[in-house]
Structure formats: C-alpha cells, structure tokens
Write a protein that binds this ligand. Structure first.
Ligand code: HEC
Length: 108
C-alpha cells in the first residue's frame, strides 16, 4: 500500500498527467484496496458478479455482488463504512473512498 500512496503522490505532482494518473491510481486501489479486491466481487467495471453458485437440496442459489457503478455517493460511503452480508470491512480513508467512487461511477 505504501507503494500505491507513493505512486499517487508522484502522479499527483505531475500536473498535466494528473487526469490519467488519478484514474490509474483508482484502478489499482479498486483491485487492491488493502484487502480482497472490489473487482473480485463487483467485477472489473463494477457491473456486479455472481460470486458462487450453490446447489442445496436440488435448488440452485446464487451468491452475488450488486452492480455499483450506479449508486449514489452516500450509498457508496455507507456500504464501505458499514458493510453488510459478505462484503468485507475495509480501512479506507475518505479520500480513497472518494477516488474509488469517482472511478467506478466513471466520473474520473
Ligand atoms: C467478498 C465480496 C465483496 C467484496 C470483495 C467487495 N464487496 Fe461490495 N458488496 C458485496 C455484497 C454481497 C454487497 C451487497 C450487500 C448487501 O446485501 O447490501 C456489496 C455492496 C456494496 C455496495 C452497496 C451497493 C448498493 O447498491 O448500495 C457498494 C457501494 C460496494 N459494495 C462497494 C465495494 C467496494 C468499493 C469494494 C472494494 C473496496 C467492495 N465493495 C468489495 C460484496 C463484496
């Protein structure tokens, strides 16, 4: 993670490249947020995924993560601050959550 922070610092001082660099940083953070990558459950582009398909008593049940590219900022922060179900708890700063939100909702 220190590397990510260092990369972000370097990128953010590059001026003209800032736009692209911030997106690259967000992409890295999305797949490696100091824990299991968001992409593993929500998909590379945040469109949601079926994580596992379990057959129980002849009935098939899907465990899935919802699409997150269309949520409000409030819902996004809420999910990260108080995750439900199998969504893991992360220790992300507000800045990191903000960057992830902008990235996944294509504002970055
Ligand atoms: C192990 C799988 C898993 C991982 C990894 C994961 N999530 Fe989730 N996430 C879920 C599930 C399942 C839900 C639905 C929880 C519920 O029932 O409300 C969810 C819910 C959310 C929501 C709320 C969606 C809504 O409609 O309100 C957001 C936003 C979100 N996750 C973002 C993230 C981000 C960002 C990361 C990475 C930092 C991440 N998630 C990592 C499984 C995961």
């Amino acid at each position: 993670m220190r590397l990510l922070t260092a990369l972000f610092f370097i990128f953010s001082t590059l001026g003209a490249d800032d736009f692209i660099a911030k997106r690259d940083y967000a992409k890295l953070l999305y797949s490696n947020p100091r824990g299991i990558g968001c992409d593993k459950c929500h998909g590379e582009d945040g469109m949601g995924l079926v994580i596992a398909r379990v057959k129980k008593k002849g009935e098939i049940r899907d465990f899935s993560a919802p699409r997150i590219d269309n949520v409000t900022k409030q819902a996004f922060f809420k999910a990260l601050n108080s995750p439900k179900d199998i969504m893991p708890k992360y220790s992300l700063t507000n800045e990191e959550m903000g960057i992830l939100f902008e990235y996944i909702t294509n504002r970055l």
